[in-house]
Write a new protein. Structure first.
Lengths: 183, 288
């Protein structure tokens, strides 16, 4: 879950705590959120992905929570990265957090990691991805098509080619699998 | 007739409507071919195989390409909102679409305009939208896996990605999660929960548990939940009561899995091939 944690720049806040000094950036789709998250974290901004509040949810939403006082700087950086949020909304209540529990199933020759509703299975000897299951968003069959049959090293990262929350969940499973396989 | 609504993993696949056929390892619609990998093509392939066994006509599909950006899903939602009211189907199964509450509601309005209300079945992204819209009780059957059941049970979660940690996704808590889903009005008339143990439930409680044969590897195989949804949809359209169809479909899917001698690396088409044999055995075992 390293990529979901706050970076160490500044004081760490506890999740779920009311944060009237924070805002959220709302984008057109999850892939733009992922690009923005990568960009902002790469230069050390203290941001995290969250679920938007109910009044602006549409169905498959992810947003970026950020320190409101840095709005202009962050928007400038996003513009430079050709990213334009649809809305910037101040938040004064706890927002939904992504699932951060993993379930591991050892099949002997194979290992399966589940994050939220997504499961990734790898042959332990070759690190080949043999199956992707679960999920309900339309990029899941696409991600499976692109990843199954390739090794963890060769396969594209779900973060790079996925567009939905199921894709994001698969990214979490993929990172956990890589972490476990590198031990 | 059964209608199936879903997406295929190609961004430029055009909106296609019509009967679907199985040709080796591909489904065919309007002269176009799509490999059966997982997702809606796997659901359709299973429905076709099950229907052939029962002498039924092939399912009618509404398909479009979408790799997750949602453009195809929105185009399909729009098409359905405009045309479903004038159609007639015994059942409609909604499957892989980008969850969108507003469009989901427009499609449901169109269903209400149909002369005879079809049996409504939802799985995958469309089930997420149905729950998030607060309309779960408008559906006759949801087919969640255990992770998705936890999402249905969490009255706060708009997507399985946000299911709160205290609602653990453990098979042995499924009865508790089913009760919680109904308590918060997030269950359809029946639930067919797929997992190490399959459950058929309604608001009164668990109606049946199916846990034989056991093939642990099936959980890892992408598409085995889709095949279950395809089989149960076909059995319902054949005239079977929803509860009985759900129990029978769970048995058939498990048997087809067993006959494929699966490993976690098995691909779903290898399971689909055994659906006819599994149906014969499951139906025979029900005969007095």
């Amino acid at each position: 879950m390293a990529f979901l944690s706050f970076l160490k720049k500044g004081k760490k806040r506890s999740p779920g705590r009311e944060s009237p000094d924070r805002g959220i950036l709302v984008f057109e789709n999850t892939s733009e959120v992922i690009r923005a998250e990568n960009l902002l974290k790469s230069v050390g901004w203290r941001i995290r992905v969250v679920g938007p509040p109910p009044e602006i949810r549409t169905g498959c939403d992810l947003a970026i929570e950020f320190p409101l006082i840095e709005e202009l700087n962050i928007l400038r950086l996003l513009r430079e990265g050709k990213l334009s949020p649809l809305q910037v909304v101040p938040v004064d209540r706890p927002l939904l957090q992504p699932v951060d529990l993993f379930q591991i199933k050892d099949f002997g020759r194979y290992m399966m990691v589940r994050a939220a509703n997504m499961k990734l299975t790898v042959e332990k000897g070759t690190l080949t991805i043999v199956n992707v299951s679960g999920g309900g968003c339309p990029d899941v069959p696409y991600l499976a098509k692109e990843m199954v049959g390739k090794t963890l090293v060769e396969a594209p990262s779900p973060r790079d080619i996925g567009h939905t929350l199921c894709g994001y969940s698969l990214q979490m499973a993929y990172e956990e699998m890589k972490r476990r396989c590198s031990r | 007739m059964l209608a199936v609504v879903g997406t295929v993993p190609e961004e430029d696949f055009p909106l296609s409507t019509g009967p679907v056929h199985l040709d080796h390892d591909c489904i065919r619609i309007e002269g176009r071919s799509i490999p059966v990998n997982r997702g809606t093509p796997a659901l359709l392939a299973a429905a076709i195989k099950a229907g052939e066994n029962l002498g039924m006509s092939p399912p009618f599909a509404y398909l479009i390409g979408d790799t997750g950006l949602g453009r195809g899903s929105r185009r399909l939602y729009e098409h359905l909102a405009g045309c479903l009211g004038q159609t007639e189907f015994r059942a409609i199964t909604f499957h892989y679409l980008l969850p969108d509450v507003d469009w989901h509601n427009r499609v449901l309005f169109a269903v209400e305009e149909m002369e005879r209300r079809p049996i409504l079945i939802a799985d995958a992204g469309f089930m997420y939208a149905a729950k998030m819209s607060g309309q779960a009780e408008s559906y006759d059957l949801f087919t969640p896996d255990v992770g998705e059941l936890a999402f249905l049970a969490d009255e706060e979660a708009p997507h399985p990605f946000y299911t709160r940690g205290f609602i653990l996704h453990e098979d042995n808590r499924a009865p508790e999660l089913i009760a919680r889903a109904y308590e918060h009005h997030n269950g359809s008339r029946y639930l067919l929960v797929k997992g190490a143990r399959d459950y058929v439930a309604c608001s009164e409680g668990i109606e049946a548990t199916i846990d034989r044969p056991v093939e642990e590897a099936l959980e890892a195989i992408g598409g085995t939940g889709d095949t279950l949804t395809g089989i149960v949809s076909t059995l319902i359209v054949s005239g079977m009561a929803i509860r009985d169809a759900a129990i029978m479909a769970a048995k058939i899917n498990r048997l087809a899995g067993k006959y494929a001698y699966p490993t976690p690396a098995t691909q779903v088409m290898e399971v689909i091939r055994f659906i006819p044999r599994a149906m014969e055995v499951a139906i025979k075992s029900e005969d007095p």
